[in-house]
Ligand binder design. Structure first.
Ligand SMILES: CC(C)(COP(=O)(O)OP(=O)(O)OC[C@H]1O[C@@H](n2cnc3c(N)ncnc32)[C@H](O)[C@@H]1O)[C@@H](O)C(=O)NCCC(=O)NCCS
Ligand SMILES: Nc1ncnc2c1ncn2[C@@H]1O[C@H](COP(=O)(O)OP(=O)(O)OP(=O)(O)O)[C@@H](O)[C@H]1O
Length: 197
């Protein structure tokens, strides 16, 4: 089975594209959702986060993500420490999930596939591309977030142009080219690649 990554900057439309692949019958792993689940279920991670960022983060019983976001996206060193704690269990969880899939190929959707080093375990990576002003607008609208808050996250991600060059395939989600026909064409190509394995 082929292991395929799906990535793109904040607001590029990764989750939207992932839903189309899922409709085509492809199993999809959502790394954002998995890391949120692990924060509340992985005792080792919970303990490490409490030690690093303080017990107040779990005061409500579950991780206060907004409080953690406010801490880390204003301080690159804190973000690096969070990434070092959160990425390894998520990468391991994704690898276990991948190993259990029965399909010609399976997708791992994650914003930070290159930044976290997880591209190394994948056969191909798909990038979802959209211009900065559209990504900014989408993320602000979806999350009710300020321009500054979205820009702070973007600044902690690899430059989008460079990220797309690192990808094996790029889907344009710029509201000019139709998205679904691009996904269907790529799905057919990936099925061929999986068959040729
Ligand atoms: C700080 C946290 C708790 C804030 O949670 P929140 O619900 O506000 O955001 P969510 O996780 O849904 O992320 C939304 C988007 O923000 C961007 N983003 C998230 N984490 C990071 C990061 N470490 N660096 C850069 N951008 C990031 C991504 O584009 C992501 O898709 C959360 O983002 C987090 O745990 N980040 C660290 C782990 C991580 O890297 N997750 C993303 C990929 S697995
Ligand atoms: N082609 C499109 N036309 C209109 N709206 C879109 C399109 N693609 C995505 N969106 C919207 O833009 C927002 C961001 O898309 P999505 O959540 O898929 O992005 P993402 O790359 O997964 O973002 P993040 O990295 O923040 O998780 C969503 O509200 C989604 O519905």
């Amino acid at each position: 089975m082929l292991k395929v990554g799906l990535t793109g900057g904040i607001g590029s439309g990764k989750s939207t594209v992932a839903k189309v692949f899922a409709l085509l019958g492809i199993p999809v792993y959502d790394a954002d959702a998995a890391s949120k689940r692990l924060y509340d279920t992985d005792a080792g991670l919970k303990e490490a986060l409490t030690k690093e960022f303080g017990a107040a983060l779990y005061a409500g019983g579950r991780l206060d993500r907004a409080a953690l976001a406010a801490l880390v996206f204003s301080d690159p060193e804190k973000l690096a420490r969070l990434n070092a704690l959160a990425h390894p269990p998520t990468i391991a969880d994704a690898a276990r999930w991948m190993a259990a899939q029965q399909a010609p190929y399976a997708l791992k959707e994650a914003a930070l596939i290159f930044e976290s080093g997880s591209a190394a375990g994948l056969d191909y990576v798909i990038g979802v591309d959209a211009p900065l002003h559209i990504r900014l607008q989408r993320a602000m609208q979806r999350d009710g977030a300020s321009r500054e808050a979205v820009l702070a996250r973007m600044q902690r991600q690899i430059d989008n142009g460079i990220k797309m060059k690192l990808c094996d395939f790029v889907l344009k989600n710029d509201e000019q080219e139709l998205l679904i026909p691009q996904v269907i064409a790529l799905h057919e190509k990936l099925l061929q690649l999986a068959n040729a394995q």
